[in-house]
Design a protein around this ligand. Structure first.
Ligand SMILES: Nc1nc2c(ncn2[C@@H]2O[C@H](COP(=O)(O)OP(=O)(O)OP(=O)(O)O)[C@@H](O)[C@H]2O)c(=O)[nH]1
Length: 698
């Protein structure tokens, strides 16, 4: 049995469709052969039309009777209040529907970079994906990001070029952008039909048919065979595109290449042979099939659903990786949602075995949820009877949690609501690993760190609406980092006397700058040199743990602006602890020494630099460039996209606060932008001074 299972009541607050329908996946699964299941995600740049396309799919599958629209705030998958109000997807939503005897489990994902964590969690459990492009924009910045993410999970993909009804839509440009920007050969399967400039239908170049999708609510697609005498223009175009497709496919598929060699002409190649080759090529991810349409105008969505079934893999392939579990149950948790009554609910995909109760692996822990009605909801299973090596191979390394680049303090409206706020933050953080919550002992404040302005704004909104707490958010601040400039070594001895007992500790450590690519998780290293070896070997594990914790605290506050220290290792050379010395004191001594070392070494401030893409009409290009030059930016490229110019630049995040309003004002609302985190970069001395002044508030 395999499924993406959504647990009961997840959507109970607002979704008309999902009410009472929550176990449907499990029920239908029993009647569907595994080869007929598709676990897919919809991925794209913001506003390409993911939610609109999903809504059409649900309608054609017969799951809903009316199609919702994003601008009416009534789509099935944008179910949160914040999504409906803002017309954007914030959280992934899973829906299940039947399509021509197949079962499609589909996850609609957010396009905005601030919610990239949602995409990452989702990709972890999919078998394939539909990547949607805006027909007038082609591959955009966030498309490249999600494509790279999908590459990491080796997901077979098909591309759907949406918004072909727009006058500036250009299928050729879109295909070329797939090849150039995603570095993936495209396999174009359809051509647009335009009448008086209007997009009215599609030519299927495999079957050599014209597809007419009728009026808005029609579910039937009318197919008309293309013949040379009746439709000479379309026929010629389609015949040419078909031979180009076969030609390209033979480069990636030997079986089709052999068929072509033995066949008299390309026209004789059977559609089934092409479909088989397309299926193999898509699975191997050597090229991507491209389909087109306009979801909003209800053109092409049924063909896209057919393509999902034809070209994207069933779970069978991935399941092979989990055979090592034999009779054991294996499932991968990918999403947690909090329900008012039931507490945390976990979405997971089941790979192997039989589901009797709920089991998941989250991070490096296995958790086992007992069936409903039993008090104890969660127990951690420390050991599995599956070999660790097999387990890691099957489950992979898990998701990558992006670095937060913004933070702000959060305070409850009154002391009485402190507990409720803490609980809300625990729950929100469990749902969203890209939200970090910490306590700053120096200021006594709770600090939220997140992916962007919108991310933290949505968190505040959710605290207000879902938890009814009017929390105060401090001003948004940039998450700077500090890195040590030189290696330094020092030691520290601390002695205290409480009553008759004396506590004493001597510790010697170094702070060593490292390459930025080296992980700073687990920053403490042990000195393996002969002089230190015997002392290090004699340290009790619990003492080492205390030192490790102390080092982490020491690194969390750099000497310049109290920001996280990165690109550093701390090497422990020696630890001597007097009898009766507490672990708290050991940790405190380690913290004190690390901070002393950092002061001695001195630190550089690093700032987050974003990859910014601005799409502006030609007449506003010079204004946009002039403004960017005042923002310490590096212009990487300026390209043409239809009638617009696309500017790609590296810009420090601190220069982009409130950029959406600025760009709107500068270009009278005609331009759009998107940005993603690029890297941390060292600041110049003058910029450092400005940053220090800003952080310290003078
Ligand atoms: N002209 C045109 N507009 C479309 C089409 N499909 C979607 N739209 C519009 O584009 C806007 C964005 O559509 P969505 O479906 O919300 O896009 P999305 O990719 O889900 O957006 P996010 O989830 O917020 O990233 C909405 O106003 C849609 O009505 C289309 O085929 N043609």
């Amino acid at each position: 049995m395999i499924a993406i299972i959504k647990l009961k009541k997840v959507f109970s607050k607002s979704s008309h469709f999902l009410k009472g329908n929550c176990y449907s996946t499990i029920k239908t699964i029993k009647n569907v052969e595994i080869e007929k299941i598709r676990n897919i995600g919809i991925l794209a740049h913001i506003d390409a039309g993911k939610t609109t396309t999903t809504e059409r799919m649900l309608y054609y599958a017969g799951l809903i009777n009316e199609m919702g629209e994003v601008h009416h705030g009534n789509t099935v998958t944008d179910y949160m209040d914040q999504e409906r109000e803002r017309g954007i997807t914030i959280t992934s939503a899973a829906v299940t529907f039947r399509w021509r005897q197949n079962q499609i489990n589909l996850i609609d994902t957010p396009g905005h970079i601030d919610f990239t964590m949602e995409v990452e969690q989702t990709l972890n459990v999919l078998d394939g994906a539909v990547v949607i492009l805006d027909g007038s924009a082609g591959v955009e910045a966030q498309t490249q990001t999600v494509w790279r993410q999908a590459d990491r999970y080796k997901l077979p993909r098909i591309v759907f070029v949406n918004k072909m009804d727009r006058l500036d839509a250009d299928i050729k440009m879109c295909c070329e952008s797939v090849e150039n920007k995603l570095e993936t050969p495209y396999l174009l399967l359809q051509l647009p039909i335009r009448e008086n400039g209007q997009f009215v239908g599609i030519i299927d170049i495999l079957s050599m048919e014209m597809l007419n999708f009728g009026k808005a609510k029609d579910k039937q697609v009318q197919r008309t065979r293309l013949t040379e005498d009746k439709f000479p223009k379309h026929w010629t175009e389609a015949a040419l595109a078909r031979s180009e497709l076969i030609d390209k496919l033979t480069e990636h598929n030997d079986e089709l290449a052999n068929t072509v060699i033995t066949s008299e002409s390309l026209e004789n190649i059977a559609t089934d042979d092409i479909v088989r080759a397309l299926n193999a090529v898509t699975h191997s991810q050597t090229a991507a099939p491209v389909l087109l349409g306009s979801s909003y105008k209800n053109i092409g969505v049924q063909s896209l659903m057919d393509a999902v079934v034809l070209y994207l893999p069933s779970p069978v392939h991935k399941n092979q990786q989990y055979k090592c579990f034999e009779e054991n149950l294996c499932a991968k948790a990918f999403k947690v949602i909090h329900d008012d009554q039931k507490g945390p609910l976990v979405f997971f995909r089941l790979y192997n075995g039989l589901l009797k109760s709920y089991v998941w692996r989250y991070g490096d822990q296995f958790a086992f949820c007992l069936p409903e009605g039993q008090k104890e909801h969660c127990t951690v299973i420390k050991k599995s009877n599956v070999e660790e090596a097999n387990l890691d191979k099957a489950l992979g390394t898990g998701i990558t949690v992006p670095e937060p680049v913004f933070f702000c303090s959060i305070e409850p409206p009154s002391l009485a609501s402190q507990g409720a706020l803490e609980q809300a933050l625990v729950e929100l953080q469990r749902e969203d690993p890209s939200l970090r919550v910490s306590y700053d002992a120096e200021t006594g404040q709770t600090v939220l760190a997140g992916m962007g302005e919108l991310h933290l704004e949505i968190i505040r909104d959710r605290i207000l609406k879902e938890y009814k707490i009017e929390a105060d958010l401090g001003p948004l601040q940039i998450a700077y980092r500090e890195s040590p400039t030189t290696a330094v070594t020092d030691s520290l001895t601390v002695e205290t006397r409480i009553g008759n007992s004396k506590q004493c500790i001597t510790v010697k450590m170094s702070v060593v700058p490292t390459d930025s690519k080296q992980s700073t998780n687990d920053a403490l290293k042990l000195d393996k040199s002969p002089e230190s070896a015997s002392n290090i070997a004699s340290i009790f594990p619990k003492h080492l743990l205390a030192v490790r914790q102390g080092v982490d605290v020491g690194l969390s506050h750099g000497p310049k602006i109290s920001s996280q220290v990165v690109n550093a290792h701390v090497v422990l050379h020696m630890l001597e602890v007097g009898r009766g010395t507490s672990e708290t004191m050991m940790a405190a001594a380690a913290t004190q020494l690390v901070q002393k070392l950092l002061r001695e070494s001195g630190t550089d401030i690093l700032e987050p630099v974003m990859r910014l893409e601005v799409v502006a009409p030609e007449e506003h290009l010079s204004t946009v460039l002039a403004d960017l030059s005042r923002r310490r930016s590096t212009i990487l490229d300026v390209t043409v996209r239809g009638k617009s110019k696309v500017v790609l630049a590296h810009v420090p995040l601190s220069e982009l606060l409130g950029y959406s309003t600025i760009l709107r004002t500068l270009t009278s609302g005609t331009s759009t932008f998107s940005m993603e985190f690029g890297q941390y970069e060292k600041m110049s001395p003058t910029d450092e001074l400005t940053a220090i002044r800003n952080v310290r508030g003078f």
